[in-house]
Write a protein that binds this ligand. Structure first.
Ligand code: NAD
Ligand code: UGA
Length: 486
């Protein structure tokens, strides 16, 4: 094989990263056959569904990209063995969650899926194969992958074609909700590795649509560590601004004015300065905890503690918002209906992993609240899994119209619309910044609610003037004015 020319790719893992990333590669490189494989048959079936609305993840623009490439040079299947065997390049794009037990539980990455992939590749690969770490991994994981692959190289029998491998790190920086845009116009593509041929083969793939000056080459360890560091820096900005939001609320300052004032300094910049209910998503928390674990492992406990505080402040922010709701509703939400607008961890995704909505909803359920949850993309089944609680009452049942029940058991239902959610509610909590929540008919909403009626806008997306004019009480994150009025 000409090492610099890739004809066939296999990507192990058809999740939020593997699915869209490979769709864009296939779309931009029609000469390369791309096979995305996964153990999860249901997920693969959904990727192959004729109805593009049923793709397993929701991302704006993804359906169009999949439609163009699927069946031509983009294939989703569970045929892991044959996909690896025919590939010149194998991307490992599997989940790397935080370990839940054993050494490093609650902090270290659980690498069992990555190791399983390395073993599958070592077994089924033929000829020379470039193995690309696409998953986010602890620094020096490539060493472990190499060890597994080298043992396969040594063990390959004479009858088999000689196996050989190169390992690269190529972390993914896409954000959910903007994945297609991020993949098509990335700020940078990072490739870490020592084998120059392999690095250039991967660079040539991205080079089909990414400008040469945006393709950065580093050593393996810098590449692995840069991914954890990028997420830690982004999350740190959110915790920083959320800490300032709390200070704004008690001093009469407005965090949006502070955001603008500090963001105008080109050294600080405007991005990732929006205060909210705390960061969610599958990666920020796990990657920071992993970074802290590595720092401790390498004898740097002060550095570990510094980063752990970013996560602690995030948890505090979520609990703080739940407490503010309870305090303002006369110290009790027991039996009260509360409308939760938004359950996804951010707008334009159906992903709820680590969503602030989960922590806030759980705290309110603990207080006995009856939650009517509305999200345009999240299914009731997902909410039920996240809250670890079955849907208690269904929309349209009497609970909507009746007086609050004097029960200490919290419950929830999935509302079909915003108006369904708010009917009979004492308060509305805006948790996800979906566009639908920016321009609401507050007069109509007020007429449907029990009085006094409250809005708790943790994203500051709704119009404060309209809300107050309609007669509702308002709390907005980081808004000193609304605190003073309360
Ligand atoms: P995901 O859970 O959505 O998908 C992972 C998929 O891998 C699952 O479908 C699972 O069934 C499959 N899988 C696991 N082991 C397998 C095996 N041995 N063979 C075949 N399939 C296997 O995860 P994700 O969100 O796509 O994240 C993947 C990696 O990318 C993680 O390391 C994550 O930190 C990183 N990352 C995620 C994002 C994001 O926005 N979600 C962005 C950048 C990086
Ligand atoms: C994040 C990073 O932005 C990606 O670069 C990275 O690839 C990805 O993690 C990953 O490794 O998984 P993602 O979590 O999808 O992407 O979404 P973000 O846009 O970063 O938002 C994360 C959380 O922070 C969301 O809950 C969002 O609402 C919140 N956020 C974001 C704020 O509260 N304020 C902001 O100003 C920005």
């Amino acid at each position: 094989m000409n090492k610099t020319s890739i004809k066939t790719i296999c990507c192990i893992g058809a999740g939020y990263v593997g699915g869209p990333t490979m769709a864009v590669i296939a779309d931009r490189c029609p000469g390369i056959q791309v096979h995305v494989v996964d153990l999860d048959e249901t997920r693969i079936q959904a990727w192959n569904d004729k109805d593009l609305r049923l793709l397993p993840i929701y991302e704006p623009g993804l359906d169009e990209v999949v439609e163009r490439a699927r069946g031509r040079n983009l294939h989703y299947s569970t045929e892991i063995e044959s996909a690896i065997a025919s590939a010149d390049m194998v991307f490992i794009s599997v989940n790397t969650p935080t370990k839940t037990k054993g050494i490093g539980a609650g902090k270290a990455s659980d690498l069992r899926w990555v190791e399983a992939c390395a073993r599958q590749v070592s077994k089924f690969a033929q000829g020379h194969t470039i193995v690309v770490e696409k998953s986010t991994l602890p620094v020096r994981t490539a060493q472990a992958i190499k060890s597994i692959l080298i043992s396969a190289q040594k063990g390959s029998s004479n009858k088999e074609r000689t196996k050989s491998f190169s390992v690269l790190s190529n972390p993914e920086f896409l954000a959910e909700g903007t994945a297609i845009r991020d993949l098509e116009c990335p700020d940078r593509v990072l490739i870490g590795g020592e084998d120059e041929d392999a690095v250039e083969a991967l660079a040539a793939i991205y080079g089909q649509w990414v400008a040469a000056n945006k393709i950065l080459r580093t050593n393996l360890w810098s590449s692995e560590l840069s991914k954890l560091t990028a997420n830690a820096f982004l999350a740190q900005r959110i915790s920083s601004i959320n800490s300032v939001a709390a200070l704004c609320e008690v001093t009469g300052a407005d965090v949006r004015e502070v955001e603008k004032a500090i963001g105008s300094d080109s050294r600080i910049g405007t991005k990732f300065l929006q205060s909210g209910p705390g960061f969610g998503g599958s990666c920020f928390k796990k990657d920071i905890l992993n970074l802290a674990y590595l720092c401790n492992h390498f004898g740097l406990p002060e550095v570990a503690e510094y980063w752990e505080n970013v996560v602690s402040l995030n948890v505090w922010q979520q609990k703080r918002i739940a407490n503010i709701v309870v305090q303002n509703l006369f110290g009790t939400v027991s039996g009260k209906r509360l409308a939760i607008l938004g359950f996804a961890f951010k707008a334009n995704t159906n992903d709820t992993r680590e969503s602030p909505a989960i922590c806030i909803a759980k705290s309110l359920l603990e207080e006995g609240a009856q939650l009517a949850i509305y999200d345009p993309k999240v299914e009731a089944k997902q909410i039920s899994n996240d809250l670890n609680l079955q849907e208690k009452f269904t929309q349209g049942s009497d609970v909507q119209k009746s007086e609050p029940a004097f029960t200490s058991d919290g419950g929830w239902c999935k509302a079909k619309s915003i108006f369904d959610a708010v009917t009979g509610a004492d308060a509305i909590l805006i948790i996800t910044e979906w566009d639908d929540f920016r321009h609401l008919n507050w007069h109509k909403i007020y007429s449907l609610m029990r009085k006094p009626a409250w809005v708790f806008d943790s994203r500051a997306v709704a119009d404060p003037k309209e809300i107050k004019l309609a007669g509702l009480n308002l709390w907005r994150v980081g808004d000193g004015a609304s605190y003073e009025e309360c």
